[in-house]
Ligand binder design. Structure first.
Ligand SMILES: CC(C)(COP(=O)(O)OP(=O)(O)OC[C@H]1O[C@@H](n2cnc3c(N)ncnc32)[C@H](O)[C@@H]1OP(=O)(O)O)[C@@H](O)C(=O)NCCC(=O)NCCS
Length: 430
């Protein structure tokens, strides 16, 4: 039995507290001051602060959903510090191929005190959290990982990736179709009202697998985060229509001169490629900026295609974005649309949520049901997540050993079944 299995056995999913008297890390649901302590613990764990003052806590507390923060106590406490690790989540929804939105736990603020790491505390927290989310009826959980070595063991796989890029300011654009719109700077309440509307409009146009729901709290923190400089915001409007795109950015001073600034795009959403081009053109033309950079843009962001010199936009990294955990595999398989090929049968392994174990049908009207007969393909639940939104093709997962193929013909069919017309991307950091 692994340490995670042992922790799972000790955690009672009904009460979400560990039975008293059990050995090892006891997981409990935090409330009130416990959540505030957890917030400070997380800040320290990621080296970005620590305990917060009353004013800051008053603004931060609403971002914690009651009943969704788990804590684990120091198994060998010395002094007053009792809490040694914590993790929280909030309810969201994930767009899957075909456009359906499935209930999802957005997992965040995971940390273990530096003096108590590598003793199984995270394993206990993750196990309790996964079971809690599954019991809430959430079909998936997802997170953004500080390090790639942490979450695979809990069944998370990289399901979308993003592109980091840098472009010199004032890079010339090709003459392209112009929609003749206008870009205006907005602040405060206007930004808080307009941006969610434009975001919804952009998502409604083409469902992008991997997009998640942003709630009011998310918007509040992204536009006015305690302890961080407020970002600048500009909104695009076409001559005939409503607001149809926006860009949010911050600027850092990186040298002695007035123009030694780097502008970082935090969020850029557009309802059409022409609006996207107009917004890129706008940020690349802002005065007193040396370079524009962006993290986690879609892999297929067409920025290069807008430029006279496509090489001016340098890709500095293709990085993991969504770490996805399928909590209810049959429901997840039934929810997404599949390509046009005969179904395949896949055996899934899941040591933490055994309800997912078994052979499942992929594709067709029976997708997600238990399959008759032998499996064509086989993988762990984390490796299934890598293909689920369309990021990785089954054939590359078989070739690299993440999946096993018992019937080679099924691999070709699986490539067709899992393929998506749109490159998956989330675009939301949490
Ligand atoms: C990442 C973190 C939460 C791990 O907590 P932890 O209590 O040490 O984790 P556990 O002891 O339960 O580790 C379980 C397993 O994962 C491995 N592991 C955990 N964190 C790891 C890391 N950062 N790198 C490599 N392996 C790691 C452990 O070695 C252990 O492996 P084993 O079962 O083979 O022995 C903790 O190190 C931390 O708070 N780090 C800084 C903050 C952070 O990065 N948080 C994540 C935010 S997304």
């Amino acid at each position: 039995m692994t340490r995670a299995d042992a922790a799972a056995d000790r955690t009672d999913p009904e009460t979400r507290t560990a039975p008293s008297g059990s050995a090892g890390p006891a997981v409990r649901v935090l409330d009130g001051d416990g959540v505030r302590v957890a917030h400070g613990l997380f800040g320290s764990a990621i080296h970005m602060g620590g305990p917060v003052d009353d004013e800051r806590w008053a603004r931060t507390a609403p971002s914690y959903t009651p009943g969704r923060t788990f804590g684990v106590d120091d198994p060998a406490p010395v002094g007053e510090a009792r809490l040694a690790g914590s993790a929280t989540s909030f309810a969201s929804a994930l767009t899957v191929p075909g456009g359906a939105r499935i209930p999802m736990a957005a997992v965040t603020r995971v940390g273990v005190r530096a003096d108590r790491t590598r003793r199984g505390l995270l394993s206990a927290l993750m196990t309790a959290q996964l079971r809690d989310s599954a019991a809430r009826g959430e079909i998936a959980a997802s997170l953004r990982a500080t390090e790639t070595a942490i979450y695979g063991r809990f069944g998370y796989g990289v399901a979308t990736r993003g592109r980091d890029l840098r472009v010199p300011s004032r890079t010339p654009f090709r003459a392209g179709p112009s929609e003749g719109g206008d870009v205006r700077m907005v602040t405060g309440d206007e930004a808080r009202t307009v941006l969610p509307e434009v975001y919804a409009r952009a998502q409604a146009r083409i469902p992008v697998p991997g997009v998640i729901e942003r709630d009011e709290v998310w918007w509040g923190l992204s536009l006015d985060h305690p302890g961080r400089p407020a970002p600048a915001v500009a909104v695009h409007r076409s001559p005939t229509g409503p607001d149809d795109g926006y860009v949010v950015w911050t600027v850092t001073h990186e040298g002695p001169g007035f123009a030694d600034n780097v502008l970082e795009v935090q969020d850029l959403q557009a309802t059409t490629p022409a609006v996207l081009a107009a917004l890129w053109r706008f940020v690349l033309g802002i005065d007193l900026v040396r370079e524009v950079k962006a993290r986690l843009r879609p892999i297929d962001d067409p920025l290069e295609l807008f430029l006279t010199d496509p090489r001016a936009a340098r890709t500095t990294g293709i990085v993991d974005e969504t770490w996805l955990r399928l909590l209810d595999v049959p429901a997840a398989l039934a929810a997404r649309a599949w390509g046009d090929a005969d179904p395949v049968r896949i055996r899934v392994h899941d040591r933490l949520l055994p309800g997912n174990e078994g052979v499942h049908v992929i594709g067709g009207s029976d997708a997600g049901t238990a399959a008759e007969g032998e499996a064509d393909l086989e993988c762990d639940v984390a490796a299934l997540a890598m293909a689920y939104l369309g990021d990785r093709r089954p054939s590359e997962l078989v070739a690299s050993g993440w999946w096993s193929a018992h019937d080679p013909a099924a691999v070709t069919r699986a490539d067709v079944l899992f393929a998506t017309p749109t490159t998956p991307w989330s675009g939301t950091f949490f």
